[in-house]
Design a protein around this ligand. Structure first.
Ligand SMILES: Cc1cc2nc3c(=O)[nH]c(=O)nc-3n(C[C@H](O)[C@H](O)[C@H](O)COP(=O)(O)OP(=O)(O)OC[C@H]3O[C@@H](n4cnc5c(N)ncnc54)[C@H](O)[C@@H]3O)c2cc1C
Length: 444
């Protein structure tokens, strides 16, 4: 155990927990301060009271990609086997129309090596004309030849239009993918970050484009095993400990909660960008961080849970919905043994925000009924509206990195992993990066 370095981590989401696990493994003394009564941050499971029933629901249906290498490696390190917690399926985007038909289907041809699996997928996909399929293939070829890079960032819609990716290609493929990956509409989304996600998923090993759908709830997937690991390695986790003030001292930093004061040599601030800005506001050297986080815009994610009778099933675990407010529907019975429970996801801003939650649930149930006529009236519903689910991933957004102007103070969090949108993977990579910066600074 390294006794000179006491490391505080403010925030027990994916970023903070991955930093703590990495440092604790190396023998550092870590303490995680989490404001709420549970860990996991945005990727947590919530208990919902429904009549007399207590129901466990994820704070949003999360999915991951085969390209989430840091997440998979971290889970492996802490003893979580992918097969026990996730369903890995090769990429298959299916868009269900309002008239109970599959309108678009793009499937990775997994018997072929990458990139042929996807190129042939595009060639034989359902729902596009031959001309549109050729445009898609030309676009994919251009992306490969340019190494998925662009000279100057701009809104994704402009980039797609300049490559003849409009009409059905936009509606069935690029817009849903952009919303799912960046949680930002194509009209506002950063082309550079979208291409980074495509590059990680569509180039390299063919498993990179796989979808990883959790088969356990988010807390069992992430925060429980991570916190068990941190504690087993001697780390301390303090729940219900909101840090209200952070100050620099002669020997490091002092952290203040409502009732206590603590001293640490190093601090990793692993909160959301808005909270990080508040915490750092009184440290003059960190004005730049404050400036950058102040200019962030946010986008919502709505998850509408609809419970149908327990023998209700969708034809597939996941489907996209065309021409409706609802964007994706997941059958929690197929993926997670919550029989009859469907999770509908609506990413980013839109008309749905104007509806009252009950009206929104009713509207979504009607849309589902048109797409899947066997779905009648749900028994109950629950809408989870995360109004600031992620930062808006817009072109040329100036995002702070992990290092700050103070040598022993670091920033972790999805917003600091500058090449990625707000994702579990970005959060985990940022946490691991902060841990590496601390161990490197010790060696120098
Ligand atoms: C509805 C929804 C759906 C999503 N879907 C996906 C998906 O499908 N795939 C994907 O990869 N990502 C998805 N995301 C994004 C993903 O959840 C986040 O990117 C990731 O969880 C962010 O982790 P983080 O650690 O950076 O931040 P957070 O999860 O926000 O963690 C920050 C933590 O800091 C704590 N904190 C704040 N202030 C203080 C303080 N002063 N003192 C102590 N603690 C404090 C907070 O309570 C919180 O626990 C989704 C997000 C939402 C909301």
């Amino acid at each position: 155990m390294n006794t000179n370095q006491q490391i505080a981590i403010i925030g027990g989401g994916c970023a903070g927990l991955s930093a703590a696990a990495t440092l604790a493994e190396q023998g550092y003394s870590v303490t995680v301060f989490e404001a709420s009564s549970q860990l996991g941050g945005r990727a947590r499971t919530v208990v919902v009271q429904n009549n007399d029933l207590m129901q466990l629901l994820d704070n949003g249906q999360h999915i991951m990609l085969g390209a989430y290498h840091a997440t998979c490696a971290l889970l492996k390190k802490i003893g979580v086997h992918e097969n026990n917690v996730m369903r890995r399926q090769s990429m298959h985007i299916r868009m269900q129309s309002n008239s109970a038909r599959v309108r678009f289907s793009l499937k990775s041809m997994n018997f072929l090596p990458a990139p042929l699996n996807l190129l042939f997928g595009f060639l034989f996909c359902k729902g596009l004309s031959l001309g549109e399929r050729i445009d898609a293939l030309k676009f994919m070829r251009h992306l490969r030849q340019s190494h998925y890079e662009i000279i100057s960032d701009r809104p994704l819609i402009e980039f797609l239009n300049s490559h003849r990716q409009s009409g059905k290609l936009l509606d069935y493929l690029w817009e849903p993918l952009c919303l799912a990956a960046l949680n930002t509409p194509v009209s506002k989304a950063s082309t550079r970050i979208f291409l980074n996600v495509l590059k990680d998923s569509f180039s390299g090993k063919k498993g990179n484009s796989d979808l990883l759908i959790p088969t356990v709830d988010l807390s069992q997937l992430l925060s429980h095993p991570l916190s068990n690991y941190i504690r087993a390695k001697g780390g301390i986790i303090k729940l219900n400990h909101r840090i209200r003030a952070l100050e620099q001292t002669n020997t490091g930093f002092s952290l203040e909660t409502r009732h206590e004061k603590f001293n640490f040599s190093h601090v990793i601030v692993a909160t959301s960008p808005a909270r990080a800005g508040d915490l750092l506001a009184h440290i003059p050297q960190l004005k730049l961080v404050l400036e950058r986080t102040k200019h962030f815009d946010y986008q919502p994610i709505y998850t509408i849970y609809l419970q149908y009778p327990s023998d209700t099933r969708l034809p597939h675990a996941m489907a996209g919905l065309d021409n409706s407010l609802a964007q994706w529907v997941f059958d929690r019975g197929i993926i997670y043994n919550q029989k009859g429970l469907l999770a509908v996801v609506i990413s980013a801003e839109g008309k749905h925000q104007k509806l009252k939650q009950d009206d929104l649930a009713l509207r979504v149930a009607k849309e589902l009924n048109r797409a899947f006529p066997h779905l009648t009236k749900p028994l109950w519903h629950k809408v989870i509206a995360e109004k600031r689910a992620t930062f808006a991933c817009t072109p040329n957004l100036a995002r702070p990195g992990n290092k700050t102007a103070l040598p022993n103070l670091f920033l972790a969090g999805d917003y600091t992993y500058q090449d990625y949108p707000a994702t579990i993977e970005g959060a985990i990579r940022s946490g691991i990066k902060c841990a590496e910066l601390i161990s490197k600074s010790r060696l120098n």
